[in-house]
Design a protein around this ligand. Structure first.
Ligand SMILES: [Mn+2]
Length: 334
């Protein structure tokens, strides 16, 4: 049996997406894989914790533990030194807690961190074996830095110089907790959190990338398959650090679908139908983060309409047949 620790950080609003993520992860896990799952949070209710535990227990190949981190980093929030320059309105303290896995998991030398705006569509246990010698972390390189200047334009020149071709995106990280502790990277992270001159446009990603100083490893792009990559590939001007082969492979052989931009619960990105299928299968209920009423039903509605059209045609055919039959019988008798 291969036991793999993995942790997540989200708040009470993200329990339903997390339920989909958890179930999809365990559903695709190989038979010899067991996940030690951890949630770092500050406000998830007992009821919602129970809901997630039930879903994890359903598959039986994992154990789920909740850790309340309330208060951690508060000093940086309350006195306003945290530089809140974020394009992401749902960004909370729970977002940067994920950088501090080394603090919360002293029992592990290595751990996986994963977002919950995902669907796992293949076994991902292999990522845990990546060689992290002399590296603090491994993740998927941001594939858009060549294409869009905005991705890294907020970095200081020295940070840009150091990171422009190795800036890790979010979604999934394998963290070398041992080396992070040995080299006291936590302290560096806190300094970056405090430093107002460092713009944290991508929050946790900026903190992690800058503090690790480019000592990072890379996972294949199919560990973070972006739903909108299909459209980008049809644009002849699109360029990326990833090869054409890798870009296409992320769509053809995805392991994790990452709804990095639009989310299925408040928009309609590609693969929304798959996400909603998990949602309904697990008997989940919509909460206040759900903006779009029923993204899933676009196709279903089309099918219904088509079906109705044929039903009406069939009715018409029946009526004509009956009239013809009456007419025939009438003619035969008289
Ligand atoms: Mn995400």
């Amino acid at each position: 049996m291969k036991t793999i620790p993995i942790f997540f950080t989200f708040d009470n609003n993200y329990v339903e997406p997390a339920a989909v993520a958890f179930y999809s992860l365990l559903n695709k896990a190989k038979e010899n894989v067991y996940y030690e799952m951890y949630v770092l949070h500050s406000d998830i209710t007992e009821e919602k914790q129970h809901l997630l535990t039930e879903i994890v227990n359903k598959k039986g190949n994992a154990k789920l533990t909740f850790t309340n981190t309330d208060g951690f980093l508060n000093e940086f929030w309350d006195n306003g030194t945290f530089n809140f320059q974020s394009s992401n309105s749902t960004f909370t303290a729970d977002t940067i807690i994920r950088c501090f896995g080394s603090k919360f998991f002293p029992q592990y030398d290595k751990i996986i961190y994963s977002d919950v705006d995902i669907i796992v569509v293949d076994d991902i246990s292999d990522v845990y074996d990546i060689d992290l010698t002399n590296k603090y972390i491994a993740g998927v390189k941001n594939p858009f830095t060549k294409w869009s200047e905005y991705e890294l334009s907020h970095l200081k020149p020295e940070h840009y110089e150091m990171l422009h071709d190795k800036y890790l995106g979010g979604g999934i990280w394998v963290m070398n907790l041992k080396k992070i502790r040995e080299d006291n990277i936590e302290q560096r992270m806190i300094e970056i959190v405090k430093d107002e001159s460092i713009v944290k446009r991508w929050n946790d990603q900026d903190i992690m990338n800058i503090s690790c100083g480019g000592k990072v490893g890379f996972l294949p792009l199919n560990y973070i398959s972006y739903p909108y990559m299909i459209d980008l590939l049809s644009n002849p001007d699109f360029e990326s650090d990833y090869s054409r082969e890798e870009l296409y492979d992320s769509i053809i052989n995805p392991k994790i679908i990452h709804f990095a931009a639009d989310k299925p619960w408040n928009s309609n990105p590609k693969y929304s139908n798959l996400w909603w299928t998990f949602f309904h299968y697990l008997g989940l209920e919509k909460t206040k983060i759900f903006k779009e009423p029923e993204c899933i039903n676009y196709e279903a509605e089309k099918f219904k309409k088509k079906h109705k059209k044929y039903k009406n045609l069939f009715k018409l055919f029946l009526i004509i047949t009956v009239i013809l039959a009456i007419f025939l019988v009438f003619n035969l008798i008289f």
